[in-house]
Every structure is written in C-alpha cells, then in structure tokens.
Write a protein that binds this ligand. Structure first.
Ligand SMILES: C[S@@+](CC[C@H](N)C(=O)[O-])C[C@H]1O[C@@H](n2cnc3c(N)ncnc32)[C@H](O)[C@@H]1O
Length: 249
C-alpha cells in the first residue's frame, strides 16, 4: 500500500507553524507534497463549483472553513469578487495572513467551531459553506458532531455545505484490495509486491465508512438532505477520497 505521507497526524498548531515556514511550498504549508496539488487545483475548484451550485448565483454569503494558502482559496476569492458574494475565511491568523484582503472578505482567526459569537451572529444566514480537505483534522482536534451541528445551524434555506476531500480509510482499503488498486500500488511504489490491506480492524484517528455514514445520518436527522458524492476521477486522490454535500431544503 502507498506509504502514509509525512504530513499525516498533523493538527491546527502544526499548520500555524507551516504557514510561517518560508522554506515550504504553498502546497507543503497546507500539508500536501507538491505532486498532490500542483497542476490539479483548477480541476479541484471546478469539481467544488459543480457541487456548490449556489456559488454560481450572485450576492450570497459564503464561508470557507480552513482555506489554507494555496491557489484554491485564491480561486474562491476571485469567484466571490466576480459574483459579488460576501466571503468569510476561517483559519489560523498565520494562515489568513497569507491570503489577500478585500472589502468583501472577512477573516476570522479561529479554530472552528470555537467561535461562538460569530456562529450566533451568522445562524441561518449562510448560503455556502466550503470545508475542503479539513475534516480529518477536525476529527482529531475537536468534536466532529459539534462541528457538523454548528455548521448546519449556519445554513440559510437552500444553503449548501460541502465537506470535501474526505480521506475515507474504508474507501482506501476497498481500492487497494481491488485489481485496479493493486496495479496502482505496484506502479506508484515501483514494486511487484501487492499492497497490504487489513479489513476488520479499527484505525484510530482515521475517518472510515462509519464516520462518513454517521455524518450523513446526523444531518438528515436534523432535517437536511445529505449525500456522499464521488470526486471527479481526474482529481489526484479520487480513488481514496470522497465528498459530503449537505443541503438545507
Ligand atoms: C489540508 S489544509 C486544506 C486547505 C484548503 N481547504 C485546501 O483544500 O486547499 C487544512 C487547513 O485547515 C485549517 N484547519 C484545520 N483545522 C481547522 C479548524 N478546526 N478550524 C479552522 N481551520 C482549520 C488548517 O490551518 C489548514 O489551513
């Protein structure tokens, strides 16, 4: 199986440090080797926009939880400028300092959802929440059900939340147990050895099918529609990651 990359098991405070480390690339600062993001972020943003259809409308309220500092938040900022959306970016101060300022952008330095005053003020007003490649950090750092419940309380009628790029260890195992995944592993690792896949084993601090399905059920139990969606197969981790889209009817 492809070896875990050196950025696994990092948390909010590590990202603060990365943000200030000028020896790291913009992709390394958000926890990715360059090869996972360089040249792919246009396609990633297209996939996000296809799912968050409210972004195509005008004058909406948009929130990005954990925007990081690569080109993805810059694309979102440009789209919000064009479509006259109000945009709130929530991340560490150090990460937010790496992103542009503009009158339509509100920067909230916080480890979400630990920003109760802002949450209370925004309840029921948000049309789009993007949280891309962040859930696996939230899952370890804070209560992920609280993260979900607080986020849903923000959504306006018709509001959409994309919890994107979720590394689901169950999906990863299914892939590496398949013929396609075995060949992928052999090519990627330049080996004749098949990947080592262990089913029926709890993987601590990893998101699995149980976590993904529990988020779907908990959102639905609160009156929201919730779906597990695949990523465009052109995306670099589409074979082991997936997205959750939640919509307030
Ligand atoms: C892997 S990066 C993803 C960045 C961006 N969303 C992307 O996909 O390019 C994770 C980002 O989430 C931020 N983050 C992690 N936990 C967070 C939390 N609880 N609240 C706000 N930001 C968080 C980190 O500081 C980092 O900028």
């Amino acid at each position: 199986m492809a070896s875990p990359n050196r950025f696994e098991h990092i948390g909010f405070d590590d990202f603060r440090r990365f943000a200030q480390d000028e020896s790291m690339s913009k992709y390394e600062r958000i926890g990715f080797p360059d090869s996972y993001r360089q040249g792919f972020e246009g396609a990633i943003f297209e996939d996000i926009c296809a799912k968050l259809s409210n972004l195509k409308k005008t004058s909406r309220t948009v929130v990005d939880i954990g925007p990081g500092c690569s080109d993805l938040p810059k694309m979102l900022i440009d789209l919000c400028a064009s479509n006259e959306h109000a945009l709130t970016l929530i991340d560490s101060q150090e990460m937010l300092d790496l992103l542009d300022n503009a009158p339509f952008i509100d920067k909230l330095p916080a480890m979400y959802p630990q920003c109760p005053e802002w949450v209370a003020a925004q309840a029921g007003k948000v049309d789009v929440i993007l949280c891309y490649s962040v859930l696996h950090y939230v899952f370890v750092d804070v209560s992920f059900f609280r993260f979900l419940d607080v986020s849903l309380s923000l959504l306006a009628p018709g509001g959409q939340m994309l919890i994107g790029d979720i590394p689901n260890i169950s999906k990863r195992k299914r892939f590496f147990a398949s013929e396609t995944g075995t060949q992928f592993h052999k090519d990627y690792m330049n080996t004749d050895e098949p990947p080592n896949v262990e089913f029926n084993r709890i993987e601590h601090d990893q998101i699995d099918d149980a976590v993904v399905m529990s988020l779907i059920q908990r959102a639905r139990a609160q009156g929201f529609d919730a779906y597990v969606l695949p990523q465009n197969e052109a995306l670099p981790m589409a074979n082991r990651r997936e997205d959750i889209l939640i919509v307030r009817p």
